[in-house]
Write a protein that binds this ligand. Sequence first.
Ligand code: HBI
Ligand code: FE
Length: 263
Amino acid sequence: MLTETIIDAKRGDWTIPQRWDHFTPAEHRVWDILFARQSAALAGRAVSDFFEGLDVLSLSKPGIPEFDELNERLYARTGWTVVSVPGLVTDDVFFEHLSKRRFPAGNFIRAADSLDYIEQPDVFHDVYGHVPMLAQPAVADFMQAMGAAGLAAMEAGALHRLARLYWYSVEFGLALEGGERRIYGAGLLSSFGESRFALDDSRPRRSPFDLKQVLRTRYRSDAFQEAYFVIPSFAALLRLLEQADLGALYAELEGELDLDPTD
Ligand code: HBI
Ligand code: FE
């Protein structure tokens, strides 16, 4: 697995060594502050799979996680590994990694004086937001399928549609658990404000997850979402993706107007 990463790095897959020892005590403290605050904010709000993932990956250990150590546990669970990248990588590289069960994580952490705003996904968004769910087999399979679907969508010139599916599930998805709405999207799991807003605020629309509607619905990346989609379970979401003929859907939607989240 390591050799493969080194060879890939020569092919320009944007991976860089984490060099965990370069993080300062102040940066580890930012992680600890974010971790404590967010774990309290998510009590009773996140799906139980999330907390189980934090636990089995020993992510409650203080400081920014050391990826080699994290990967021993993650790889044993679902064959995924976290790889270090400098920031947003291009779509082709991003989906290629996902299709090979590698999750690209930003090799930096936000500043102590801007805990609630990040320009680019940092190590807290990526590792705290995305990685615990990757310890769950159905999610691990779904994310790899999303990688393959992303590469196929690029081929079909339909990446903007696949990006919506990714956005309204992986980043901002809600799920039903015991009849209650819970958070599972990384953008919500890692956001102090929006983890509350997404469940409690009366303004956003919350609809049952409908693939065609999701593929048609625009989103904004610079504000809280105006619409959320709710899945009945991950098994259902995985089945939906496996059974969908996305190519046919992209073609079918060619003639239909896009929707605003508030439509
Ligand atoms: N790069 N590092 C990183 N992290 C992401 O979440 C990411 C990315 N590049 C592209 C990308 N996401 C988007 O195309 C997806 O959100 C659809
Ligand atoms: Fe993300």
